[in-house]
Design a protein around this ligand. Structure first.
Ligand code: UD1
Length: 372
């Protein structure tokens, strides 16, 4: 019998996690994926451009929830998704990552007694000031199946009392997206079109509330970036949240005067072209820490902690502050790279492992139903 599967995509980092699954499920006759876009991200370059790059079709359902406070966004997604789930009744709901829509849809489906799978389960920063940490804890507590990217994910869940039978380590799905469109990334020429010399520039991304919402922290970061720019030209695709703050504080002008190249948010292919040709990346994103580890590019993460510790123990990632950034960048450009390696199952074949697990668990579910 065909398995009816809801796949939820909400915000930019979700799209790279959903695309490989959507392609794999669409090619398998026993599965019928239904793509649901909650509309948490809605700008053309935060959503449509990435859908197009990853070969995703128009969503089957678009909830159009948009921006708002955490409660408004989470509540809006719950109300809108409940209507669809109640009539369209999936066999499985797959949610990914840690954004507000992830927790919102998982809560709706769990209460309607649909089987919920969380892809990228078990990650913990242990910093409850991060909204994403709350979303991870809530989603993992109520999901039936936990697909983890790395051994620390399994360990965190088991330490929280999760039955190991609910956990399957599938690896890192984001890297499937990279491999899916690698030829286009390599051919893109984004760096050249921005006048950047391959291997001779750094890429910056910043959007965490803890970095951009407070004036004094944003100012310290802007000054740190201006200092780095003196030795390494920087290109900065600016997230909408950060763009608003840079304009409101006038700090954008300070970046411009220092020579930092501010550009609009890029599509997936263009952005990954910038990353693959860069000398180093400065970021507060979760996904970028993983992509740079996979590619062996130095990553300086402007955060106090990371829910992705394997990017430090195995990969090229270091946690830095505004005060240490300039020195850390200088060190990163010359540091030995022999110790860096890709974590296990970060190999571009995670979607296939997800489908294997779905088949196994569908069989178990069918057996349990016929025995009842
Ligand atoms: C959200 C996620 C975060 C993820 C990030 C990736 C949560 C709690 N946060 O944060 O985990 O790392 O996405 O980008 O789910 N805006 C636009 N256009 C858009 C989207 C947003 O202009 O397409 C602006 C709006 O002013 C909005 C602000 O950006 O208020 C922030 O967007 P929001 O979705 O609330 O959070 P992000 O910071 O993007």
């Amino acid at each position: 019998m065909t398995q009816h599967i809801h796949l939820v995509a909400a915000a930019r980092p979700n799209f790279m996690k959903i695309a490989p699954l959507w392609h794999a499920l669409s090619a398998a006759p026993e599965f019928a994926p239904v793509l649901i876009h909650t509309g948490q991200h809605y700008d053309a370059n935060m959503s449509d451009a990435i859908f197009a790059d990853l070969g995703l079709p128009q969503p089957d359902y678009h909830l159009g929830v948009g921006s708002g406070s955490h409660a408004e966004q989470t509540g809006g997604v719950m109300i809108a998704y409940e209507k669809i789930a109640a009539t369209d009744r999936p066999d499985w709901l797959i949610v990914v990552g840690d954004v507000n829509s992830t927790a919102a849809c998982a809560m709706v489906a769990a209460k309607l007694c649909f089987t919920v799978i969380h892809l990228e389960a078990g990650l913990r920063s242990r910093d409850r000031r991060m909204p994403e940490e709350i979303n991870r804890l809530v989603t993992d507590a109520i999901a039936d199946v936990l697909w983890t990217p790395s051994p620390d994910g399994d360990e965190n869940l088991i330490a929280e009392g999760v039955d190991p039978a609910r956990i399957t380590r599938v690896g890192n799905i984001m890297l499937d997206s990279f491999e899916l469109v690698r030829p286009a990334i390599e051919a893109a020429g984004t760096a050249g079109s921005l006048g950047l010399t391959p291997g001779g520039y750094g890429v910056v991304t910043l959007h965490r509330p803890s970095n951009v919402d407070e004036d004094h922290q944003l100012e310290a970061l802007v000054d740190a970036l201006a200092a780095v720019q003196q030795r390494l030209p920087l290109v900065f695709p600016v997230h909408p949240r950060t763009a608003v703050r840079l304009d409101a504080t006038g700090l954008g002008g300070r970046l411009d005067r220092a020579g930092v190249k501010r550009v609009a948010p890029q599509g997936y292919v263009a952005f990954m072209n910038l990353v693959t040709q860069s000398a180093a990346v400065i970021t507060d994103s979760g996904g970028v820490q993983e992509e740079t580890t996979y590619l062996g590019i130095p990553c300086l993460t402007l955060r106090e902690n990371t829910e992705r510790p394997v990017t430090i123990t195995h990969g090229s990632n270091r946690l830095v502050t505004a005060a240490t950034l300039s020195r850390e960048v200088a060190e990163a450009l010359t540091m030995p790279r022999e110790g860096w390696r890709r974590p296990g199952l970060w190999d571009g074949r995670t979607a296939a492992r997800c489908l294997d697990d779905l088949r196994r668990r569908s069989g178990l579910l069918a057996e349990a139903r016929s025995a009842a």
